[in-house]
Ligand binder design. Structure first.
Ligand code: ATP
Ligand code: MG
Ligand code: FE
Length: 335
């Protein structure tokens, strides 16, 4: 079965055609990142305008590239939240119009479920599983007993991991979003600044990254005041070492506690090389029986293919919406 999927929750306008939830026929992603860079972050009003301008051509391109006609489609899937309300509404309006005009069922999808289901493009999911969701707005551990069932067992109490990368990057004078660049710098440097590992020993599964961000900023400002020069690559390496150690430590413990068969690491920060290496290595050493899956690098960031995949779980559970579907900016997994 073929699903047309639409994603517009933040700063990527994306439309995809997905077959059976695990095959990508097309996945058009129009990024607005250049328009937001000069502001150092996503400007909601600018994002909405870009989505309006891009959505129709993305839709046409997705159908063309997939080489499918409208009557071959089984459903239309769209991100209903979480995200920016104005941005979400553009995708939802387009999806409703397309579904109504072509008499197709409309399937609302949680953006974070989408990030998890991006793993299906690598291999099938085996339950029960644990998902570490690390992105620009979220850092959470999600236990999935079965397809479409989500239980958040821990989450960040302040900043998300990706947000911490972007804020620290700003202090280093890097362009938004800076996660990828810090990752590359980190590989050239050493962990010499001993930043804190927040809540690493505590026996819950919550995270905190704002203390790390503050120590980083304080270290840089102190050096500036004293006229001392710090090594940028060592700062990047030290910051990344702290983030990765905390994420890996808590995730391994969650996998042990919940006795899972698979671990999925997803979201924009799942593209991080340091996290991918250390997580893979540590899981292999401590829990070799657990299968570790990362989505392909290109599908870690926002895209519609992952929404199309998650819609499959939704289709199977008959979660069809009508024309009253609205955006839910703070939609929570499993609620
Ligand atoms: P959410 O999914 O929570 O709604 P979002 O959609 O804005 O938020 P994503 O697009 O999933 O977030 O991820 C973007 C984030 O990923 C940014 O903060 C970016 O800096 C970070 N990121 C991207 N690549 C890397 C990397 N290699 N290392 C660390 N962080 C990265
Ligand atoms: Mg984005
Ligand atoms: Fe996202």
């Amino acid at each position: 079965r073929l699903v047309l999927a639409i994603e517009s929750s933040c700063d990527e306008t994306s439309v995809a055609v997905v077959e059976d939830g695990n095959q990508i026929l097309s996945n058009i992603v129009a990024s607005q990142v250049l328009s937001h860079q000069r502001f150092g972050g996503v400007v909601p009003e600018v994002a909405s305008r870009h989505h309006v301008e891009q959505i129709i051509s993305c839709l046409e391109d997705a159908l063309k590239e997939a080489n499918v006609t409208v009557d071959e489609l089984s459903a239309v899937a769209v991100t209903e939240g979480p995200g920016l309300v104005g941005a979400l509404l553009i995708g939802i309006s387009a999806a409703k119009a397309f579904a109504f005009a072509n008499n197709l069922p409309l399937i609302p999808v949680n953006h974070m479920a989408g990030h998890i289901y991006a793993a299906r493009f690598v291999e099938e999911m085996t339950f029960p599983l644990m998902a570490l969701l690390v992105s620009g707005g979220h850092t959470e551990l999600v236990y999935m007993k079965a397809d479409g069932e989500f239980d958040i067992i821990g989450e960040t109490r302040d900043d998300a991991a990706g947000e911490a990368y972007d804020k620290v990057g700003r202090v280093l004078g890097l362009r938004y979003p800076s996660g990828k660049e810090i990752d590359e710098m980190a590989h050239k440097g050493q962990d010499v600044y001993n930043f804190p590992r927040a809540m690493i020993k505590e026996d819950h599964f919550d995270f905190s990254f704002s203390g790390l961000k503050s120590s980083f900023i304080n270290r840089v400002h102190n050096a500036e005041q004293k006229g001392e020069t710090l090594s940028t690559i060592d700062l990047a390496a030290s910051f990344q070492a702290s983030v990765v150690e905390v994420l890996v430590n808590k995730t391994v413990r969650a996998c042990q506690t919940y006795d899972v068969k698979q671990l999925i690491v997803a979201g924009g920060v799942a593209a991080n090389k340091g996290l991918r290496e250390t997580m893979t290595q540590t899981m292999k050493e401590t829990l070799p029986e657990v299968n570790v899956t990362f989505p392909p690098l290109k599908l870690c960031g926002d895209n519609a293919a992952m929404i199309g995949s998650a819609a499959f779980a939704a289709i199977n559970q008959q979660q069809v919406a009508d024309m009253t579907l609205n955006a839910i900016p703070s939609l929570v997994l499993g609620e």
